[in-house]
Design a protein around this ligand. Structure first.
Ligand SMILES: Nc1nc2c(ncn2[C@@H]2O[C@H](COP(=O)(O)OP(=O)(O)O)[C@@H](O)[C@H]2O)c(=O)[nH]1
Ligand SMILES: [Mg+2]
Length: 172
């Protein structure tokens, strides 16, 4: 069966690389380098994160897009042929919400595919809850879920749900 391509996008520090690592472990192909600008973390993704994994009977190709705006051109490249989109967003960084909304609107306007929003870092102080993020992004509340991207069970639950949505549309 054709592999199912899933794109994970979101601002810097949203947990995209952590998400890929917790699902793929050592198999994750990442492109982390020392951050050249102050992003509030030591390393950042330059090109993408990638990995292949099974979700039930489906073979999933997971692509993580880099967050920094100067890598915008990668979004379309990576979105080509994607059947599902996961937008990750750090709940403790409300200043990233406008960028997240722009990214979501941009990608969905060009690739109207099944999508979920995952809000990470809810364990940290003063985080925006998924319901608040849903209002901001003008999405129905069930489209926005909280997760800890570092936890495999959380990541797998969100990915499984998105894969089910993607398969339903693909096979319709
Ligand atoms: N405390 C906490 N840290 C998280 C959570 N999700 C991700 N992180 C951390 O947030 C930081 C940024 O994540 P990273 O995967 O590098 O973000 P990326 O820029 O989207 O690839 C990393 O240190 C992650 O381990 C979470 O739910 N809680
Ligand atoms: Mg990254």
């Amino acid at each position: 069966m054709e592999p199912l391509k899933i794109l994970v996008a979101g601002p810097v520090g949203a947990g995209k690389t952590a998400f890929a690592r917790s699902l793929l472990g050592e198999e994750a192909l990442t492109t982390e380098v020392k951050a050249s600008e102050d992003l509030g973390k030591e390393t950042t993704t330059v090109a993408m994160d990638f990995g292949v994994m099974a979700v039930g009977p489906y073979r999933v190709h997971l692509f993580g897009a880099p967050g920094q705006a100067r890598f915008d051109f990668m979004w379309d490249v990576l979105a080509e042929g994607a059947l599902g989109l996961l937008l990750l967003l750090a709940g403790d960084k409300p200043e990233h919400l406008p960028e997240a909304r722009h990214l979501l609107d941009y990608l969905l306007s060009r690739h109207p595919i099944p999508h979920l929003v995952g809000v990470t870092r809810l364990d940290l102080g003063r985080a925006w809850e998924p319901e608040e993020v849903a209002l901001y992004l003008r999405l129905p509340p069930e489209r926005v879920v909280g997760l800890d991207a570092r936890k495999r069970a959380d990541a797998f639950a969100v990915l499984t749900r998105l894969v089910e949505m993607a398969v339903e549309v693909r096979d319709a």
